[in-house]
Design a protein around this ligand. Sequence first.
Ligand code: PGA
Length: 256
Amino acid sequence: MGRGIYAVANWKMYKTARQATDYVEKLSPKIQCCKTNVYLAVPFTSIFSVSAFAKETCLSIGAQNMSDAKEGAFTGEVASFMLKEAGASFVLLGHSERRVLFGETNECIHRKVLRALQDDIRPILCIGETKKERDESRTEEVIEGEIVVALSEIPKEDAARLILAYEPVWAIGTGAVPTSSMIEKVHAYCRTVLGKLFGQKTAEKIPILYGGSINPSNVESIVSLKDVDGVLVGGASLDPEIFSQIVMECERIERK
Ligand code: PGA
């Protein structure tokens, strides 16, 4: 069986709970019975209401971050079991905005991955190099470090529940997109690193998504590339009409 195709929306810090349900009301009729796995990473405040609202749809609702701690005196944090009860089935971890703006390290992201798996929330691990790191030809070294630290100690049987998202930091929100060969090369390398960690058979089961300036015009050519199993979409996911076009483009691609 193939790995399937994923279209993941990352709303970041946009939309109230009411705007979120309005969005789902508009999006869901457009993507009925989709073959593509459509995930919405919404703000914490919308998870409960949107997941109740989306129950009858093919949408999966998730969070954009969580605490690495089980529970305790951590003012302002949200634990994974709370997300689970609110209706989240997945969580974005290690997004570059979390790393750069909130100082998240690979070690902290590793603890979050383990915690999410324990509480039955599917982690989407985000990795990617900065412009400077690419210019210094350090892309492979950087992403290998991010993957190896974040995914160490993960039991092989849990590894197939992971999703990886390659997001070059310089492509996020900038309109700059790597060439097809750059994307294919990094995705193939990610698969090799996953193979070293979990064995080739398990590595073949882990979806690897691309993120960074995805829009309805470039999604088809990117998702058609080898080892690209879908997209993580920021800006272009905020409008249900535009995001539905992205999902429709994914639907047109032959199953991988
Ligand atoms: P973008 O963001 O699609 O706006 O580039 C992607 C992301 O941050 O996940």
